[in-house]
Design a protein around this ligand. Structure first.
Ligand SMILES: NC(=O)c1ccc[n+]([C@@H]2O[C@H](COP(=O)([O-])OP(=O)(O)OC[C@H]3O[C@@H](n4cnc5c(N)ncnc54)[C@H](O)[C@@H]3O)[C@@H](O)[C@H]2O)c1
Length: 251
């Protein structure tokens, strides 16, 4: 949907090269934002940036120095970033805790929490100088509801609630808002991979068991919610967790 909800905003989207992040880049551009697409997959970032007439930067969000350089680069080339969406995440598959390697645990923390810390830390000074901003942490309904074999992932998503609330509290006086967005099961390549490429089975399982609305969610539905949280349409919402999960957590 075209509009001007993000006119004159510079937005950074991590994990923008694929899936939900890619859909957010498109939706933001359609609402007038200039978008910086950050992803560890440089080619994917380039392709998405080309499609939204934006800027591509290849980086690992768990690398604090790379995040500092990337945000400086965005500010130099595009102007102060006043919207930050952190969508990049590491999902280690389904492994019960006692079988989880220390390396997997550490990578989960470093990417899924550390990446949000690194990017928020670098963007907040620009937002203060610009008079405000909005940070959207892509979390998961797994922040509230555990799932089998996903302790590391669920832990990191749960932590984002308090990371986001801490930012919201400390920086409200500067006009900076911070919220998490909690998707349920979304039809992405990652979801397809979990079901060995059988998307019909994924739709059926999530629709019958997890989502009262009876289907998987679509990346565009997450992007619409991200536009809402990034824009002034949510101007009195901060420190909140927004579920976009087809009713997963009703029961
Ligand atoms: N797909 C779902 O069903 C679902 C459900 C709930 C929450 N989420 C969340 O939504 C977000 C996006 O998920 P998705 O399904 O679109 O995944 P995806 O794998 O399609 O996209 C993630 C992107 O992040 C990038 N990335 C991974 N690690 C990175 C790193 N260290 N530094 C920079 N970039 C990195 C990947 O290259 C990829 O392009 C994640 O935070 C995920 O936890 C997804």
């Amino acid at each position: 949907m075209n509009g001007n909800l993000l006119q004159n905003r510079v937005a950074i989207v991590t994990g923008g090269g694929s899936g939900i992040g890619q859909a957010i880049c498109s939706a933001f551009a359609q609402q007038g934002a200039t978008v910086a697409v950050l992803d560890v997959a440089g080619d994917a970032a380039q392709a998405v940036a080309a499609s939204v007439d934006g800027l591509a930067i290849a980086l690992d969000v768990s690398d604090a120095g790379a995040c500092a350089d990337a945000v400086d680069g965005v500010a130099d080339k595009l102007g102060a970033p006043t919207v930050l969406v952190c969508s990049a995440a590491y999902f280690a598959g389904r492994v019960p805790l006692a079988d989880l390697g220390e390396d997997v645990w550490e990578k989960s923390l470093n990417v899924n929490i550390g990446g949000h810390f690194n990017m928020s830390k670098q963007c907040i000074p620009h937002m203060i100088e610009a008079g405000g901003g909005s940070i959207v942490h892509i979390s998961s309904i797994m922040a509230k509801v555990a799932n089998f074999g996903q302790t590391a992932y669920c832990t990191t998503k749960g932590a984002l609630t308090m990371l986001s609330r801490g930012i919201a509290l400390d920086y409200a006086k500067y006009g900076i808002r911070s919220n998490t967005l909690m998707p349920g099961g979304i039809a992405t390549k990652g979801m397809a991979d979990l079901y060995g490429g059988d998307m019909d089975r994924a739709e059926a399982e999530w629709g019958a068991v997890m989502h009262p609305l009876g289907r998987l969610g679509r990346v565009e539905e997450i992007a619409d919610a991200a536009v809402f949280l990034a824009s002034d349409r949510s101007s009195f919402i901060t420190g909140a967790d927004l579920p976009v999960e087809g009713g997963y957590s009703i029961r």
